[in-house]
Design a protein around this ligand. Structure first.
Ligand code: ZN
Length: 546
């Protein structure tokens, strides 16, 4: 039985007063409080105005209230899965990474040879740029001899594996590179232990599933999201990820809203089953289908029109033009909106071509959600205008700038004038939807706001901002992670602004964004998170039991 989305949402009237409510309604941008009923905003209160007597009221003591943040690009179920794995994000040296692997090997020494695959050492987050060259399997042998080890890179486009792991996956000198992937080899043709792009799947196919503890990890991840003011996430974790979230919603009720995207491998079954974008099952909504055109900057697999600086390397194309356009068209005609991963300039051109083809083949009213391009990191100025013209949402992740600006300068050179081109995309009429790409980056939305507005890294570099002409204002950045995400999920008529009739999804911040410097935003969190009128997170300083 399909459940309505509104099931279990807060009933009865409740008032939130003493706030600075930033509504994002241009006709009434500010209010002093709001009243919610049946999960929606029923009325805004003027500054100092009291709610009708008898309505339970929480005084927010001057806090800034915003519509809840919706992270438009997450791998929520991957992130939850990673919570108990070797974390290599931000590790500055190869030796330190190996120390962490060694520590995990000791911690799990007893697990060797257990039948459920508990002997594997899994981890993620290493950055191929940080250590002056790619590591290899021999490095892992020094840390944990003989163990089966699989470590995903920060951008999820490369995998670093031990000899025993390669053997478990049957990868040897005679294994050909799969289409769209590469097994890195030494001079003798032996795999070094690095797998790129689709070659990573040779290994991930044999990894243990790690189902034990899964729901507890998901709950931990969700609690963290709520404390950061995230009231919704778009999840690009394929049919399996969607199933996990639906299971969680059915058994315990998801505390926030979820929009899921299927993967290319799910297309045939989705079409056969008549799945449609906009399908709603409890709090889980089907967004559409995610496709890939290229890899990523970090592993130099993003597809470029001119080679990477100082090389003859253009990156990797996952599909040729005709294939990509055909996949997008078939999905759209079948009722699925399409999200295409595109990082390099050539990849963005191809993705736009494919989505324009898909749109031309689909009656406009057919899809309740727009098509979108994920990342849009390097975009020709002429292509930037095509987003707005075709109604294609630019799903961007400002929080990649801090880690990417140096490698981007190195690999893309002068082309960086068109990198992370938020201002140019907006000027061309595009809707920007902000996301984090967690676990590639952390999902703290305040870090995203900082990166979008300051375009500096976490150490404040470069001090004037990286290509500051492309920076967003704070208001534009807030709009992009609220209204922008709602446009992307086809729900802008009910979410993103705090006006009567809209869903009561809002947050009260621990500090006022409009009064603090961007650097101070990084310390902020949500003191009160409300989804569908229900308090789902409250700081100790607030008593939500009113
Ligand atoms: Zn992603």
């Amino acid at each position: 039985m399909e459940r309505g989305e509104r099931g279990g949402e807060g009933k009865g009237e409740r008032a939130f007063t003493g706030a600075r409510v930033y509504t994002q309604d241009p006709t009434r941008p500010w209010a002093g409080g709001l009243i919610v009923r049946d999960g929606r905003v029923s009325r805004l209160l003027a500054e100092g105005e009291s709610p009708p007597s008898g309505v339970p009221t929480l005084d927010l003591s001057g806090r800034l209230v915003l519509p809840g943040f919706v992270d438009a690009h997450t791998h929520l179920t991957l992130y939850a899965r990673n919570l108990d794995r070797v974390a290599l994000g931000g590790v500055p040296t190869l030796e330190e990474a190996l120390a962490r692997v060694r520590e995990a090997a000791q911690r799990t020494a007893d697990a060797v040879a257990v039948p459920d695959g508990g002997d594997w050492i899994l981890g993620q987050g290493w950055d191929p740029h940080a250590w002056g060259g790619l590591p290899d399997g021999a490095d892992l042998e020094r840390a944990a001899p003989g163990r089966r080890i699989a470590l995903e890179s920060r951008d999820c486009h490369a995998c670093w594996a031990s000899a025993a792991a390669l053997a478990a996956a049957g990868i040897g000198a005679g294994t050909p590179d799969p289409a769209g992937g590469r097994i890195v080899r030494d001079a003798a043709g032996e795999p070094t232990g690095i797998l790129l792009e689709k070659a990573t799947r040779l290994l991930t196919a044999v990894l243990p599933r790690g189902a034990e503890g899964e729901s507890a990890r998901l709950e931990r991840a969700l609690a963290e999201a709520l404390s950061l003011g995230i009231t919704g996430v778009h999840v690009l974790d394929a049919a399996e990820g969607m199933q996990k979230l639906e299971t969680c919603d059915r058994s315990r009720g998801l505390p926030l809203r979820v929009v899921c995207y299927l993967a290319e491998k799910d297309l045939e079954s989705a079409l056969a089953d008549g799945r449609r974008s906009g399908e709603q099952n409890g709090r889980v909504r089907l967004g559409g289908l995610k496709l890939f055109t290229d890899g990523a900057l970090g592993s130099r697999t993003a597809l470029l029109s001119e080679p990477y600086e100082g090389t003859s390397d253009f990156g990797i194309a996952i599909h040729d033009d005709a294939e990509l356009a055909d996949l997008a068209r078939r999905a759209a005609v079948g009722g699925l909106a399409v999200a295409i991963h595109a990082i390099g300039d050539r990849a963005n051109t191809r993705a736009l071509d494919a989505l324009e083809t898909a749109s031309a083949a689909t009656p406009a009213a057919r899809l309740p959600l727009p098509h979108r391009i994920e990342h849009a990191q390097l975009v020709f100025p002429a292509d930037a205008e095509r987003f707005g013209r075709a109604g294609i949402v630019a799903s961007v992740q400002p929080c990649h700038i801090p880690g990417d600006w140096r490698p981007a300068d190195r690999h893309w050179g002068d082309r960086c004038a068109f990198a992370y081109p938020f201002r140019t995309l907006l000027a061309g009429g595009a809707t920007l939807a902000l996301g984090s790409d967690v676990p590639v980056e952390g999902w703290n939305p305040f870090r995203n706001l900082y990166a979008a507005v300051a375009r500096r890294d976490w150490d404040g570099q470069p001090s004037g901002g990286w290509h500051p002409a492309e920076a967003l204002t704070l208001r534009e950045a807030i709009l992009a992670c609220t209204v922008g995400s709602a446009v992307a999920s086809g729900e802008a008529d009910r979410r993103g602004r705090l006006t009567p009739g809209m869903d009561a999804d809002f947050i009260a911040l621990s500090g006022d964004l409009f009064e603090l410097s961007p650097e101070s935003w990084l310390e902020l969190g949500s003191d009160l998170t409300v989804v569908g009128g229900q308090v789902v997170h409250a700081a100790e300083s607030l008593d939500p039991s009113f």
